[in-house]
Write a protein that binds this ligand. Structure first.
Ligand SMILES: [Zn+2]
Ligand SMILES: [Zn+2]
Length: 125
């Protein structure tokens, strides 16, 4: 590590080498350090079971949404009664399109961090 830092600082002091093509591969590699694999989200096949899709109006009527929730905390927009939402086991609701993007990366409720992937209520519905 110390060696490569020395090389980098030498390059900084030699603007000419930045113009030369031979410094580009070094910069390219520095930008592409390997990243750890992203944590698996919630598979699409499981989403309907743990977070069923319905309109926000239906969800409210069936008391699947906490009465205090009036907005989607992912996009910070009001939830309208005709909009399609997913209701999570923790009584939090989000636009289906918003939570689907979230579930691609995470299985936690963005609001209360409940892990919906092991929700027991899926069998109760
Ligand atoms: Zn939203
Ligand atoms: Zn929640």
């Amino acid at each position: 590590m110390a060696l490569s830092q020395t090389e980098a600082s030498e390059m900084d002091q030699q603007p000419f080498s930045l113009l030369a093509g031979d410094s580009l591969p070094f910069a390219f590699m520095a930008l592409h350090t390997p990243e750890p694999a992203p944590p698996p989200g919630l598979p699409e096949a499981r989403r309907d079971a743990v977070a069923p899709k319905m309109t926000f109006g239906e969800a409210c009527e069936e008391c699947l949404v906490h009465p205090s929730q009036t907005e989607c905390t992912i996009c910070i927009s009001d939830l309208c009664s005709h909009e399609i939402v997913r209701t999570l086991p923790c009584q939090h609701a989000y636009h289906a399109s918003c939570i689907d993007q979230w579930f691609a990366r995470s299985t936690l409720c963005p609001n209360c961090k409940t892990d919906v992937s092991d929700a027991k209520h899926a069998e109760l519905l």
